[in-house]
Design a protein around this ligand. Sequence first.
Ligand code: GLP
Length: 241
Amino acid sequence: MKIIRTANYEEMSRKAANIISAQVIMKPDSVLGLATGGSPEGIYKQLIEWYNKGDVDFSEITTINLDEYKGLPRESEQSYWYFMHKHFFDHVNVRPQKINVPDGTNPNVEEECARYNQIIKSKGGIDLQLLGIGIDGHIGFNEPADTYELGTHCVDLDESTIEANKRYFEKKEDVPRQAFTMGIGTIMQAKKVLMVVNGAAKADIVREAFFGPVTPRVPASILQMHPDFTLIGDAEALSKI
Ligand code: GLP
């Protein structure tokens, strides 16, 4: 595990964007596992800026997003499909047919999970997986549990996750109670894993996840065992380690 401490959110975003750009420059047809949330927003902004300058080209990449709310159609402003297009895809030359996000509207959970697992398998797995972390230690939407789920699955969201994510919705009742997420096995099989974390609210979970025992009760803790895991955090998020 490598930890990079940055002064603030902007520096965190720039450093992470640098790693992603290097990945795409070295391997133009990279499979990038992408994440939503406030933490990676700055990375996407930076990547768009470098794309506009001609420094990085996304035309050959494949993207595989981590998760999606169950029941939300793509057009919904709160869907992760929408988030990714608004903050990244619509501004760069990634090919629409190479974008993958779980389909939150598929009522057949088993079929959707199998479909998504098959996509990941057919691309040969993920070269670089970008992650944020939830305050309960979730990655993607892998919530604290008794065991690790390996492949794509549908989860019941924790109360703390619903609480944290309600800021994107008009009211808390509008937050979906379930979501599709890539599994821990898939994340652990990514060749490189890059996590960004910022803000004082994440300081406790960073200490617990990366300096405490490895347990599915703190899903992100498994990343301690990943052979190529980099954590980039701002001063506040890393203040307790
Ligand atoms: C959501 C996403 C996660 C993300 C987490 C933290 O629940 N499913 O992938 O890491 O929120 O979000 P934020 O970066 O906004 O704190």
